[in-house]
Design a protein. Structure first.
Length: 518
């Protein structure tokens, strides 16, 4: 008789791992969206222009997205727990630098480092969860993980508004952001370490071409309205972006161990799921970043009041994941994905009712509609991403999905900001002239109507009304654009996720639809 010795069970501490990872994850993105509320205070304090102020937000999202995949590879090589802990430490240190930055350049540099730290936290944390959980438990854990990210993004403006208004301005906001991440860091040594037994090493050519390509695209989009779309810098940046991203695809197709397996995008379901966070970045994240400035400039709200009003937009993210998990066994994920985009489209079109002096009652319907759509996505997308491919490729799928999510947010924020700038400035140019219109636009889009009035000629009341009207027209144009994009997205996602005649049995994405995400 042969005695069989069972292999030792992995010491994964799943409950503690999930608690520590989500505690860090929910706090990191608060500074991403919260910074938009702090921008008027930053601009006035450091005497900077609109483009520089926008980089306080964009620099974070840019490095957050660009370093996501490469930090995932480094986590496999050096250790997932070590990457997670190092990310928290870098994030905290950079927020301390930001809190005491005397000039805008140092503040932007701190935000660049914060984005890198956040990428380390996200990739290290997701890898720790993948190691700690298996099967359906892993799907549920990633559902909670995605919800934590969404809640941090959604409630950043409210948290920032309270801190900026009540605790000494934007410096207090960044200081608190550094301090609140220290408790999760204390518990990190209790988590099990893991690494790839046969790591392939970082894909440096892919990482460099992707990071530079995305960076140049965002640079071109941000600088376009102020420098002109035909300026050498803008044209050069956009052309170089196209060339670098084409080179990235070519490199990844030939790489033995690519940073992103581009063949995943040949799978229709996975392509649809990766398109969702990009579409939602335009439909939810970008308006979330831009509306505080509108409320503060046009309606004269404080940062705290603007954050409170946006609870109408972010509040449904607390309710919808729980609701969707209770009905997931009755509704296909395809239907939920399409309904998500339809709700966002309807809410964006409805939000064109916004006007100077609009009441909370007038805005409640459209904001709740958009928030409900985004809330549905929090319940299903992360789990759907890892279940849409073979189990052996779940880690790669999660990395690609998060890269698409954060890259989409970087692009969406830059594009909507540029659209608002271009339309507002165009509306003001006829009456104020190009140079003055540019100066007024720069102030009003930072939420500083007083500075906008001071920058322009004529009676203050008349200029205030003209600037408010131009900003409102620009916001209407942005919302109609988002509504059209969301409707097209709903049709695309529905098409890509439809059941095909060649498909037999139960697909991976359908196998998990009875498994609640939260």
């Amino acid at each position: 008789m042969v005695n069989v010795v069972a292999a030792p069970r992995r010491r994964t501490r799943p409950g503690l791992t999930l608690a520590v990872v989500c505690a860090a994850i929910v706090l990191v993105p608060v500074t991403a969206t919260g910074a938009s509320v702090a921008l008027p205070d930053v601009s006035n304090s450091l005497h900077t222009d609109l483009t520089s102020a926008q980089w306080v937000v964009n620099a974070f999202f840019l490095t957050f997205a660009s370093f996501m995949a490469i930090t995932g590879s480094l986590a496999d090589l050096t250790g997932r727990r070590r990457m997670f802990a190092g990310g928290i430490a870098l994030f905290c240190a950079s927020m301390l630098v930001a809190a005491f930055a005397p000039v805008i350049g140092l503040l932007i540099a701190a935000r660049v480092l914060a984005g890198i730290g956040a990428a380390c936290v996200i990739t290290g944390g997701s890898a720790l969860l993948a190691h700690a959980f298996e099967g359906r438990a892993r799907t549920r854990a990633f559902g909670v993980f995605g919800t934590a990210i969404g809640l941090g993004l959604a409630f950043g403006p409210l948290v920032a508004g309270v801190l900026v208004t009540s605790l000494g301005g934007w410096r207090a906001f960044f200081l608190v952001a550094a301090v609140v991440l220290l408790p999760p860091l204390v518990f990190v040594p209790l988590l099990p370490e893991s690494r790839d037994a046969h790591p392939a090493g970082p894909d440096w050519p892919g990482a460099v071409t992707f990071t530079l390509g995305l960076s140049l695209f965002v640079l071109g989009v941000i600088e376009g309205p102020s420098l002109g779309w035909g300026s050498p810098l803008v044209v050069g940046a956009l052309v170089a972006c196209v060339l670098l991203l084409a080179a990235f695809v070519a490199i990844e197709r030939r790489a033995e161990h690519p940073m992103i397996d581009v063949s995943l995008f040949t799978q229709p379901r996975f392509l649809a799921i990766c398109a969702m966070p990009v579409l939602l970045a335009f439909g939810f994240v970008a308006p979330l970043m831009q509306l505080p400035s509108y409320f503060m400039a046009v309606d004269g709200m404080s940062a705290r009041s603007a954050g409170l009003l946006l609870v109408l937009l972010t509040g449904p993210t607390l309710v919808m994941p729980v609701l969707i998990s209770s009905i997931a066994h009755r509704v296909t994920q395809r239907m939920l994905l399409v309904v998500t985009m339809v709700l966002v489209a309807a809410g964006a079109a409805w939000l064109t009712v916004i006007h100077p002096g609009a009441s909370a009652g007038e805005l409640a319907g459209p904001l709740l509609c958009i928030g409900a759509g985004f809330g549905i996505s929090l319940a299903i997308l992360d789990g759907a991403a890892v279940s849409a491919v073979a189990p052996a490729r779940a880690g790669m799928a999660a990395g690609v999905f998060n890269t698409m999510r954060l890259g989409g947010e970087s692009v969406a924020i830059a594009v909507l900001g540029s659209l608002l700038t271009a339309v507002t400035q165009s509306q003001l140019t006829d009456s104020l002239g190009r140079d003055t219109a540019g100066a007024v636009t720069a102030r009003v889009l930072q939420g500083d109507m007083g500075g906008a009035v001071a920058a322009g000629p004529g009676p203050a009341a008349s200029l205030r009304a003209t600037a408010a009207s131009a900003y409102t027209d620009a916001l209407h144009a942005g919302m109609w654009t988002i509504a059209a994009l969301s409707i097209l997205g709903a049709a695309l996602v529905g098409l890509l996720t439809r059941e095909r005649p060649a498909e037999t049995g139960t697909t991976e994405i359908e196998k998990t639809e009875n498994c609640p995400a939260v």
